[in-house]
Design a protein around this ligand. Structure first.
Ligand code: MG
Length: 273
């Protein structure tokens, strides 16, 4: 895959998010008032004044066991090893134990060895216990599509105040989740994502829009959100053209988030290509 400098969404900005001089603390409110407006929106990127998603308590799980994968799914983690993943060009450095794997802070983002375009992805995560830090520093990770471009945010937003477009289930920096369907830290949570990759012409112009539909713990949080660009920190999302099929990646934001039961189903294009 073509490599480039990571957008400033990764571990490097975690501290900035908490320590930035322009951070607008209003009680426990977080976010910014000096960032640019999102295109076609009255809200700014990471807007401190944007209403935060209402809390919806998800339905109880019948069991704490992982949901088994459909018969046609490609299993990316089955509880045993990280053979489908890599750290840089070497073996995956995150920690595997007891049927899950955990971010090893400071070792960097994990990438799948294989590439995926339009697809359905299921994964489960658990936020760290005991709770440490707050806001964007609490249980932060994310699943990226298009290599390291488009982040479906993972965050511990159970009774944790943060800005709307940084919540769990956000398309980070561009679309808050419709509701906050988080479970408590330490509990296993599910994301089900439908990703349609944007298509670009030779000049790098979008010729077919990409989108995300996301369910968080069985609750719809993104309803065919049209992707407006790569995830960026404090900036308007911008496209960095790429082939439809790219690796998936998981973010090392310095928090020991756990993952299990990750599978993907490649999808046919919606129209003939
Ligand atoms: Mg994140």
């Amino acid at each position: 895959m073509r490599r480039r400098a990571l957008p400033l969404t990764t571990a490097a900005v975690c501290g900035l998010a908490l320590a930035g001089a322009s951070l607008a603390w209003k009680g426990q409110q977080s976010g910014f008032t000096d960032t640019p407006l999102l295109p076609g929106s009255k809200w700014r990127v990471h807007d401190a004044n944007r209403p935060i998603p209402e809390v919806v308590t998800p339905g109880a799980l019948p069991t704490n066991d992982p949901v088994s994968a459909p018969s046609d799914a490609i299993v990316l983690f089955d509880g045993k090893d990280l053979s489908k993943w890599k750290s840089g060009e070497g073996p995956a450095k995150w920690t595997v134990k007891d049927g899950y794997f955990e971010v090893a802070p400071g070792t960097g983002q994990l990438f799948t060895k294989d590439s995926f375009g339009d697809c359905q992805v299921h994964f489960e995560f658990a936020s760290p216990l005991p709770v440490q830090s707050a806001d964007q520093g609490r249980g932060n990770s994310g699943l990226f599509f298009g290599g390291d471009r488009y982040e479906v945010q993972v965050l511990d937003t159970y009774k944790n105040r943060t800005y709307a477009d940084g919540h769990a289930g956000a398309i980070y920096g561009q679309s808050p989740p419709m509701v906050n369907a988080s479970r408590a830290p330490g509990e296993w949570q599910q994301y089900d994502v439908v990703y349609r990759a944007p298509r670009f012409d030779a000049a790098g112009k979008v010729v077919k829009e990409g989108s995300f539909t996301v369910f968080h713990n069985g609750v719809l949080v993104q309803d065919h959100h049209v992707i407006i660009g790569s995830t960026l920190y404090r900036s308007v999302p911008k496209f960095f053209p790429h082939p439809p099929e790219m690796p998936l990646s998981l973010q090392d934001h310095g928090n020991k988030v756990r993952f299990r039961n990750i599978w993907v189903r490649p999808l046919p294009p919606k129209v003939a290509e």
